[in-house]
Design a protein around this ligand. Structure first.
Ligand SMILES: [Zn+2]
Ligand SMILES: [Zn+2]
Length: 165
């Protein structure tokens, strides 16, 4: 999937090697006068390893040595630098993943009961149709498109079997 080019605006999905990723993250933080410190590095590596969106609590469980307050601060900085993307059903359920242009384009299924987020690959035909529809609407609005996000809200399998939804 990594090198399959799908363009929206100037963005293209890509698959980076770890070293390239580290260089990019360093550059992005430098633009904000921030350094790629050990704490931020630990979070970025955890997000790579996790491979799916995680909560601050998940991060605490995966890396008990990291202080919660500094994890939160580092996530805010990484989000501002465009390295991390926050996915939220609501404030209570924030989850974090690496920014899409550092990984690859995808959509999400969001459980409104427990906040679980499931990554959903988006097949090329769907992307083409979305691209077409977005192009038409944005053209009519004089809107310059950079990217799109699709979050599907619903109830996950375990919440359903617990009697919700
Ligand atoms: Zn759920
Ligand atoms: Zn898409």
């Amino acid at each position: 999937m990594g090198s399959v080019g799908f363009w929206l605006g100037t963005r293209r999905m890509r698959q980076l090697r770890k070293e390239e990723l580290h260089e990019l993250v360093t550059e992005r933080l430098q633009r904000l006068d921030r350094r790629f410190t050990g704490g931020r590095r630990a979070i970025v590596e955890l997000l790579i390893d996790a491979g799916h969106p995680v909560t601050i609590r998940d991060i605490g469980e995966m890396r008990p040595g990291l202080a919660r307050s500094s994890v939160y601060r580092n996530l805010v900085d990484l989000e501002q630098a465009g390295v991390v993307r926050r996915i939220a059903v609501d404030d209570e359920f924030s989850r974090y993943e690496l920014a899409e242009d550092l990984t690859e384009h995808h959509h999400h299924l969001l459980c409104v009961k427990c906040g679980k987020v499931i990554d959903m690959a988006s097949p090329a035909p769907l992307e083409r149709e979305l691209d077409q529809a977005v192009r038409e609407v944005s053209k009519a609005e004089g809107f310059l498109v950079a990217s799109h996000r699709v979050d599907v809200l619903g109830v996950c399998a375990s919440c359903r079997s617990a009697g919700y939804g």
